[in-house]
Design a protein around this ligand. Structure first.
Ligand SMILES: Nc1ncnc2c1ncn2[C@@H]1O[C@H](COP(=O)(O)OP(=O)(O)O)[C@@H](O)[C@H]1O
Ligand SMILES: [Mg+2]
Length: 204
């Protein structure tokens, strides 16, 4: 098998029209599994590892995120870190669904799951971190029914992040009420997220 460094080098991002990131040919050992704001995530085929390759403008996040994963690596709530390079990190592959996909597919999110997310965030706080960027695409419900958080790059920022408290409020207010559907199409979820970001919800 090629080294992670060689695999990362096969990932070449092309900046289209200044904003949209396009991907050129990648090594066949890599399977694109997720697209974020600062990186794409690839499963390294025939392993249980993920290679996260940052876009050129976000290379500095590789070291930052790796250092934070190291602080959290002995807890069950975060993937383990295996390697770090100039523009990439290698972490555990999480088998399961993000909460975004759970809602899209109608997989139930239980109160126990919510408590476990709180526990995961408390562990990070107890280690001097400031959990940030906690949204539906960064929280996994693993196939074993456990919670795993990813994308910890902003856990050392100073600004207070209200996203998790807002999500919890939404869970209690809407998700738990019987007449609200538990399965919502991705388009509607993205529209809700857009209005949230623009602060257009009067109740948050
Ligand atoms: N370890 C992982 N296991 C499974 N899927 C992952 C993993 N890491 C990332 N992903 C997928 O890739 C997406 C983007 O990764 P993320 O680390 O959140 O990038 P960004 O920092 O750009 O938001 C995630 O929302 C998720 O769907
Ligand atoms: Mg993310």
């Amino acid at each position: 098998m090629k080294s992670f460094s060689d695999l990362a080098q096969s990932v070449i991002y092309v900046n289209e029209k200044g904003i949209k990131i396009k991907l050129n040919d990648i090594d066949p050992q890599l399977e694109l599994i997720g697209e974020g704001r600062s990186a794409y995530a690839f499963k390294v085929k025939s392993t249980n590892k993920v290679l996260k390759v940052y876009f050129p403008a976000f290379h500095s996040l590789a070291k930052e995120e790796a250092e934070i994963y190291e602080i959290l690596s002995d807890t069950p709530f975060y993937p383990r870190l295996y390697e770090i390079g100039m523009n990439y990190i290698v972490i555990d592959y999480i088998e399961g669904d993000t909460l975004f996909n759970c809602i899209r597919k109608g997989v139930e999110i239980t109160e126990k799951n919510i408590e476990e997310i709180d526990q995961a965030l408390e562990v990070a706080k107890a280690r001097g971190l400031n959990p940030s960027d906690i949204h539906l695409r960064n929280i996994f419900l693993s196939s074993g029914g456990r919670i795993k958080l990813i994308d910890v790059a902003r856990f050392r920022q100073e600004k207070q992040c209200t996203q998790w408290n807002d999500l919890k409020k939404a869970y209690i207010r809407f998700y738990k009420t019987r007449h609200i559907p538990k399965k919502i199409p991705a388009l509607i979820l993205n529209i809700i997220a857009y209005f949230y970001k623009k602060r257009l919800f009067p109740f948050f």
